[in-house]
Each structure stands twice: as structure tokens, then as C-alpha cells.
Ligand binder design. Structure first.
Ligand SMILES: *Cc1c(COP(=O)(O)O)cnc(C)c1O
Length: 383
């Protein structure tokens, strides 16, 4: 069989099982989204605080920019000539916000997870990763020399048994998890992981807060802030592309770890740094993050209402956040339900394998703080 045929056959197979993907023809517009079905309320966005669509904030930022400060390319890696002063300022601001020793900034969450894990692992390392961690962490693990075992989702008894069994076999163990899981919207009890780690001298904790930064914690620093354990997490990772409405990612860590990553992390060393103008916007947003408590509160209340509705209507939703899965099962049924919701004015998307396990296809409702009480009521009725 020639290669073209093999590609065609695989696409045909995906289509048959309802798992074929394509790029949507859409035009996002603040909290709305223009689609072929009309202008719908966007319930698939990660703009959890409504900052990306906030025109007042955007004009305030643009008004302080000048031709000199609006640099649209860094033209180089941070290790060569791309390290503009704004990078330093953002890292200092992050370290200050988290009351931490250091922060290191990357081009994206994908770069971060794909780069840190191989940099800090060798063949004497064991990575214990939650079964449901994001693809970027899986790829980081694949690129590393470490041995990896995936533990059942949030099964910390199994995790503790694995740590106990292997802590003498390996020079270090890295426990890898998300704080808010991207597909189930459930929240990891980080303090429990901290307690486990503390019982050993060679266990490190790696936490990805992509869906939690901005949205959780009194000052918007995430679940680690909410659970009061920022200082106990060795690699506390956040991203700027979701609630914080920018681009890039960061790890909160010790100065030693920062120095080490600058020397060893290939996705930091061998890529062009983000444009300085993007970093200016990141700095601008981070300066506002602590003041957005009202938006966080409304997002929390609105999410609780929808979660309650899902449970009432018989859906099993594990959510404890603004990510609210409506688990249907088969991919075909999920697509039909998604189309129905879209006809009613809500842009929700079907999530199918391989993004989620076989037989757990779902609609993934993701709320933002810009939903009004009236819209929330209408959504409730549609579920
Ligand atoms: C979105 C996401 C990423 C990737 O971040 P980008 O900045 O979009 O590359 C990493 N981890 C998790 C858990 C995510 O949800």
C-alpha cells in the first residue's frame, strides 16, 4: 500500500467512529463566537475571567504603548539576544506575587511541559504521572530518559504504594499532576500530595495549574494558593494563554532549579523568545490579577449552579471548577447533542477520544465570568 492510501484509510476510519477533526470556520468576538449557525455564546473558551474580550483593559494597554515599546519580534532565543528587560520584569513580578525565590518564563505551556520534564530527569528517575495529565506532559515524559508509571486518576493510595515501593530503587521520583484537570474539571487535593512528598527525601512535586491560574485563589494564583501550599511545590507551573489572556507559561521554583533549567532545557534554549510586546501585555495583566476577585467569585457561583443542574439531570460530572463536563458516552451521540446546544445558541463542543478515554465522549462546558445571570438561566434550561 502506498503512503497516500494509508493516510486516506486512517482518515476514513476516524470519520466512521465520529472522531474526525477539522479546523472550524469561526470568528470569536468577545464572549460571543460567529459560526455558520450564527452568533453563539462561547462556552468553549478558556477566557475564564473575560479578560481577552475586555475592550476597556485592551485600550488602556494600547494607550500606554509607543512605537518604540511595541516590538513584535525578539528575533532570537533568550540565551542569545532575545532576552529583553521585560522578561526580567515579568519573572521578578511572578516571584514577588508567589513570594517565591524565582520564576522562569517560557513561550507556551507546551514548551514548558515538554522541556522541563526531560531536563530534570535521567535514567535514575521515576516519573509517577496521573493518568489524565495533559498531552504536553505526556510528550515531556516521552522525551525524557526517566521510567514512567501512570497512576489511576487521583488514586493517591496507588500513588503512595508506588512511591513506597520504588523510592529506594531510583535516585529521585517526580510526581506529576494538574491542579484543575482539563477534561473532568475536578481539583487535585495538592495538600495530600505535599504530605506524601514530605515523608521522603527524594520525591519532587510537579503541578500544572493551566486552568487554575487567574481563576482560583484569593489573588488568582491558583489551587496552590487556595490550598495554602505554594512553598511546598517544587515545580509550580502556570500558563498565560487561558484566564490570563496572553501567551506563554512560567514555573515558580528555586533559584537553583531556574539556573539548572537555563542550562538544560532545550525548549527554552532553542526557540525564539516571545515578542516583547506580548510580554508587556503579560506584565500588564499580571499587575491586575489580584484585583479580579469579583470576577472569580461570580465564576465560582455560576459554575456551582451549572454543576448542580448537571447532577440533577442525571449526568455524572466530577467537576469542582468552571470546567463542566456533560459526559454522554458515544462519540456520535455527543456530536448530536453538541449540534442541538449550538442550535439553541450555546457554542459547546464535543470532546472525543483520544482526548478523553473511549466511551466517555462529552460536551465540555467551560464557563467564563462574562456570562450574565439571564444567560446562565437559559443554559440551565437547555441542559
Ligand atoms: C492548555 C494547557 C497546556 C498548554 O499550554 P499552552 O500555553 O496553550 O501551550 C498545558 N497544560 C495544560 C494542563 C493545559 O490545559
Amino acid at each position: 500500500m502506498d503512503t497516500t492510501n494509508a493516510f486516506l484509510q486512517e482518515l476514513a476510519r476516524l470519520k466512521e467512529t465520529g472522531n474526525l477533526r477539522s479546523l472550524p470556520e469561526i470568528a470569536p468576538d468577545g464572549k460571543w463566537i460567529q459560526t455558520e449557525k450564527g452568533k453563539l455564546l462561547n462556552l468553549s473558551s478558556n477566557d475564564y475571567l473575560g479578560l481577552a474580550g475586555d475592550l476597556k483593559l485592551r485600550s488602556e494597554f494600547l494607550n500606554q504603548l509607543s512605537v518604540n515599546s511595541a516590538l513584535f519580534s525578539s528575533t532570537s532565543s533568550r540565551l542569545l539576544t532575545g532576552n529583553y528587560p521585560v522578561y526580567q520584569r515579568v519573572e521578578n513580578l511572578l516571584a514577588e506575587l508567589y513570594h517565591a525565590e524565582a520564576a522562569l518564563f517560557f513561550s507556551s505551556g507546551y514548551h514548558m511541559n515538554m522541556g522541563i520534564l526531560p531536563a530534570i530527569s535521567d535514567s535514575n528517575t521515576l516519573i509517577l504521572a496521573d493518568k489524565l495529565v495533559h498531552a504536553s506532559m505526556i510528550d515531556g515524559i516521552r522525551l525524557s530518559a526517566a521510567k514512567c508509571i501512570r497512576f489511576r486518576h487521583q488514586d493517591y493510595q496507588q500513588l503512595a504504594a508506588l512511591v513506597e515501593k520504588y523510592h529506594n530503587t531510583y535516585s529521585k521520583i517526580i510526581v506529576v499532576t494538574e491542579s484543575i484537570f482539563s477534561m473532568d474539571g475536578d481539583v487535585a487535593p495538592l495538600t495530600q500530595l505535599v504530605a506524601l512528598k514530605r515523608a521522603y527525601t527524594n520525591v519532587l512535586l510537579y503541578v500544572d495549574e493551566a486552568h487554575a491560574v487567574g481563576a482560583r485563589g484569593i489573588r488568582g494564583l491558583g489551587i496552590a494558593e487556595e490550598q495554602n501550599c505554594i512553598q511546598d511545590i517544587d515545580f509550580l507551573c502556570g500558563t498565560m494563554g487561558k484566564a490570563l489572556a496572553s501567551m506563554g507559561a512560567y514555573v515558580i521554583c528555586s533559584q537553583l532549579v531556574k539556573d539548572y533549567l537555563i542550562n538544560k532545557m532545550r525548549t527554552l534554549i532553542f526557540t525564539t523568545a516571545l515578542p516583547p510586546v506580548q510580554m508587556e501585555w503579560t506584565e500588564f495583566v499580571l499587575k491586575h490579577i489580584a484585583d479580579l476577585t469579583d470576577r472569580r467569585k461570580w465564576l465560582h457561583d455560576a459554575s456551582a449552579i451549572i454543576q448542580e443542574t448537571l447532577v440533577e439531570r442525571g449526568y455524572s460530572s466530577p467537576s469542582a471548577s468552571q470546567i463542566l463536563p456533560m459526559i454522554i458516552g458515544s462519540s456520535q451521540d455527543t456530536i448530536i447533542k453538541a449540534e442541538d446546544m449550538q442550535r439553541k445558541g450555546f457554542y459547546v463542543l464535543p470532546v472525543r477520544p483520544p482526548t478523553v478515554p473511549e466511551g466517555t465522549s462529552r460536551l465540555r462546558i467551560s464557563l467564563t465570568a462574562s456570562i450574565t445571570p439571564e444567560e446562565l438561566l437559559k443554559l440551565k434550561e437547555q441542559i
